[in-house]
Design a protein around this ligand. Structure first.
Ligand code: PEP
Ligand code: MG
Length: 605
């Protein structure tokens, strides 16, 4: 093959990847090639150092302005936040100081110095343990390219896919994805990226079917080729044969019809045939997602992950910022409540703002979450004061994460009391009608749920961590991913215990881990006594639809069979068989909406 792809142009090509946004898209490919900037490697004279530093700083300013111009054309929302984060990266001292050093000490021209500094930053991020930080490496890459284009005076062309196309790219920059707002794109395929990459986040919020991790697709697909994006099973087919096209057209119609059906009822509450109301709320990480929660019919926010306010920035959020953010969310969600979890930083959620600490051997069991907040009292009080002040604008709930003893709970409650007293002294208005609860995400908390329930207004089970700590498996470690078993008897017994402890004291028990978003577990959870489920907004309509067509007797019956099972495998067999038989469409539909479970379609060739 002369150019490596001409001969393959007529052939069908299929691959499995990670489904990051559900739905099925069929359309003509719009291929975005990998764009590289030719970087001159030129040594400069010592007298030119100052001139090069000025060129570098002018390019930083010009790039910031370019991003500002793109941002100004966008509606408010997630997109703006992503571009704002890119502007902030342009002020990153690591990038600026390292580039200046390379120009000054190694006499490199500005382009070469920038390219090296960006490569180094990317290499550090690529080593990060968590997916979130690895994803930021591609953000730095896009920014570096834009900065270099500005320096070499190249045009920074934005993409312009025609209506109805499937965008096929190595990765999409935030500026590229900004274009997707304007035209109706039917699908997105990228070679790299994960669930938290900005292209995945955008695809979900725009409800465009998307699959990432399709290595080699930009060398195979040509603009105009027919492409199928199966965002339910995580598959991509380039140049499908007639039969495949027919099958997927049928599947797309079924998917869209089902989606329309469940969306129609999303504003109704999830009440079973015999009148049991299971409250369905949304989990949010950013206030911009609130529209998504409202759109999907959430009865409030069951988990607001406030730690995201501490990421991608240079200074700590002030009390005023906590107040403004919480006020906006509460106002939009009223009359429904919003559960703000105080910052759950550390372990898998690091922030550059945390004071440099010795690397921990066991970060998941280290100084994180509420433990960290109790040590960083200034940060904690600023957040609590902001939240308490915002409470006058809507039903506010404050939730303390990773509690493992009564002592920690008492210390957390004491901090809330201190924030209250400070506000009284400062004569600032605050709500006197807030509820305080705890996350039950350590086995210890589950085992003392009865004691916790006597001191708090609500409990919320965080199964993501509860499974990690109870089954002793790192939730970030793929090698032990097969042991992550939500139906392990140890987990279902703990959930039941917590539900009973709450019910006995009239304290509501919610569940806000990823289990809540998985339609396979809806009956088991409700049957175990959970009356509130909080999940990723796009899963709400499916879960509501399941509850509405069920009776509490059948849910309890299934939960009892699960409790009698001797192993996770036995419980899974019972649950999957029952749920697949009863809700084939719902389960199929919900697959892509799950954030926690990777849907891997497997390789075809
Ligand atoms: C959990 O642990 O289940 C949870 C909801 O919190 P996070 O995933 O943010 O740790
Ligand atoms: Mg947790």
């Amino acid at each position: 093959m002369s150019d490596g792809r001409v001969d393959a142009a007529e052939e069908r090509w299929a691959r499995g990847g990670t489904a990051v946004s559900p739905g099925i898209g069929i359309g003509a490919a719009y291929v975005v090639g990998r764009r590289r900037v030719a970087v001159p490697h030129t040594h400069i004279e010592r007298e030119q150092v100052e001139e090069e530093q000025i060129r570098f700083h002018e390019a930083l300013v010009a790039t910031r302005k370019q991003i500002e111009a793109i941002k100004a054309k966008l509606p408010h929302g997630e997109h703006r936040q992503i571009l704002k984060a890119q502007q902030m990266m342009l002020r990153d001292p690591d990038l600026i100081q390292r580039t200046e050093t390379l120009v000054r000490d190694e006499l490199r021209c500005a382009e070469w110095a920038v390219a090296t500094a960006i490569d180094e930053l990317q290499a550090t991020l690529d080593q990060a343990e968590t997916e979130y930080f690895r994803e930021r490496s591609s953000d730095i890459g896009f920014l570096g390219r834009r900065l270099l284009q500005t320096l070499v005076g190249e045009k920074t062309g934005e993409i312009s896919p025609p209506e109805g196309s499937i965008v096929v790219a190595h990765d999409l920059s935030p500026a590229d994805t900004a274009q997707l707002h304007r035209v109706r794109v039917l699908g997105i395929v990228t070679e790299v990226g994960g669930r938290t990459s900005h292209s995945a986040i955008m695809a979900r919020s725009l409800q465009i079917p998307a699959v990432v991790g399709i290595d080699g697709v930009i060398d195979i697909a040509q603009t105009g080729d027919t492409v199928i994006v199966d965002g339910v099973h995580g598959r991509v087919i380039v140049r499908p044969d007639a039969e495949e096209l027919d099958d997927h057209e049928g599947e797309r119609r079924r998917y869209d019809a089902f989606e329309e059906k469940i969306q129609k009822d999303r504003a109704f509450k999830a009440v079973t045939q015999d009148g049991l109301h299971v409250v369905t709320r949304a989990n949010l990480a950013m206030s911009e997602d609130i529209e998504l929660a409202i759109q999907h019919g959430a009865e409030g926010i069951g988990l607001y992950r406030s730690e995201y306010m501490f990421m991608n920035r240079e200074t700590l959020p002030s009390e005023e910022e906590h107040y403004r953010t919480a006020k906006a969310v509460l106002r939009k969600m009223a009359p429904y409540p919003v559960v703000f979890r105080t910052f759950d930083l550390g372990s898998d959620k690091q922030s550059p703002l945390l004071k440099a600490r010795e690397a921990e051997n066991n970060p998941a069991m280290g100084l994180r979450s509420l433990r960290l907040a109790l040590q960083e009292r200034g940060m904690f009080l600023a957040q609590l004061r902001g939240l308490l002040r915002a409470g006058v604008h809507g039903p506010l709930r404050i939730m303390l994460p990773l509690v493992s003893s009564m002592r920690e709970l008492d210390d957390g409650l004491e901090a809330i009391e201190e924030a209250r007293e400070q506000l009284i002294r400062d004569e600032l208005p605050q709500s006197d009608d807030i509820r305080v609860g705890v996350m039950v995400e350590t086995p210890a908390a589950a085992l003392i749920a009865d004691l916790l329930a006597e001191r708090v207004d609500f409990l919320s089970i965080g199964t993501n961590d509860l499974i990690q700590y109870c089954l002793a498996i790192d939730r970030e470690n793929e090698d032990v991913g097969y042991l992550y078993q939500p139906l392990h008897p140890a987990i279902t017994r703990l959930i039941k215990m917590v539900a009973e402890a709450g019910a006995a004291r009239d304290v509501p028990v919610s569940l806000c881990g990823e289990m809540a978003a998985d339609p396979r577990y809806t009956w088991v959870l409700a049957g175990l006594g959970i009356r509130e489920l909080s999940m990723n907004p796009s899963a709400i309509s499916v879960i509501k639809a399941i509850i509405r067509t069920s009776t509490s007797a059948e849910m309890t019956k299934l939960a009892n069979r699960v409790l009698a099972a001797r192993s996770a495998a036995e419980a899974e067999a019972i649950v999957y068989e029952t749920m697949h038989a009863r809700f084939p469409e719902h389960l199929e539909h919900g697959a892509g909406a799950l954030v926690a479970s990777e849907t891997d379609g497997g390789d075809d060739e």
